[in-house]
Design a protein around this ligand. Sequence first.
Ligand code: PHE
Length: 360
Amino acid sequence: MDQDLNRLRDDALGAIARAAAVADLNTVRVDVLGRKGRVTDLMKTLGALTPDERKARGAALNALKDEITAAIDARAAALEAVELDHRLQAERIDVTLPVRPQAEGRIHPISQTIDEMVAIFGEMGFVVAEGPDVEDDFYNFTALNIPPEHPARQSHDTFYMQTPNGGASPKVLRTHTSPVQIRTMMKEKPPIRIIVPGRTYRCDYDATHSPNFHQIEGLVIDKTSHMGHLKGCLSEFVRAFFDVPDLPVRFRPSYFPFTEPSAEMDIGCSRAGGELKLGAGGDWLEILGSGMVHPKVIANCGLDPAEYQGFAFGMGIERAAMLKYGIPDLRTFYEADLRWLRHYGFLGIDVPSMTGGLGR
Ligand code: PHE
């Protein structure tokens, strides 16, 4: 090939290789191939040549033109890809959520235990009911068949409130969740099936008693529920809650003013070697109080005891939690010690359900 074409080729390919942007390539294209470009100028000189020379040089020029065009196109494609990459990087929008921070807090074992109990009774068709912590003497005692002079009040010694203007029914911090039985029967028509988790208060303080503690109450009122239902319901409950399918249970005759007959429920355990283990073992552990709702209580709520009947039960929540999760001292529940809570507490994702398993 002629010297001048070679130089032109080197110049053009060099400029193409050095182009840093698509705009630089356009300059090369105009300089070399444009209407006044160097290749075009050379084309114009072909007319002065002999036919043979013209043929050879024309072919060389055309080949050069094709080669430079191809080089420009290839470089343009590469530069465009790089430019697109830069733009994609620069204009990138992060549509993902940042990772959630590690769960910091813990669910207190009392809250967790309440949730577990509610899950089990919920499956049986019970609904949650609530009542106030500061309760009328009437609901806490009198309507539950514990009149003012009744000795049962002694064992429920509690915190009495000053009654404004010497009102008829003094206020007390409720000693049990049973007043919610009364509140519910007075405002709802049977069938009734409620459970009532909540705070309760008594003047007690030692390793197994706290002036503030929690109970869960159950009440079933309809026309047909009897002692057999009470036993079946509570047996099912303790086996599900403690996750011991063949947990032995026994019902001991007892006394509560608001149930007749009354029974305390024990669950089987062993205390061999000083270690308490739930299940068969020949020993028994009291777990709750229960009974058929006393006809007087039903009548006190304005319902006809000849038409309606049912059962009730009440259980300490701390005690159940201590047994299930091996917590040795009741007082630690209220000390707000973070090390304790980290050890015995639950993560927010450990939401109890019957299908997911109730414990951890
Ligand atoms: N309220 C009783 C208590 O605190 C427990 C109980 C509730 C007993 C319902 C029978 C029926 O000891």
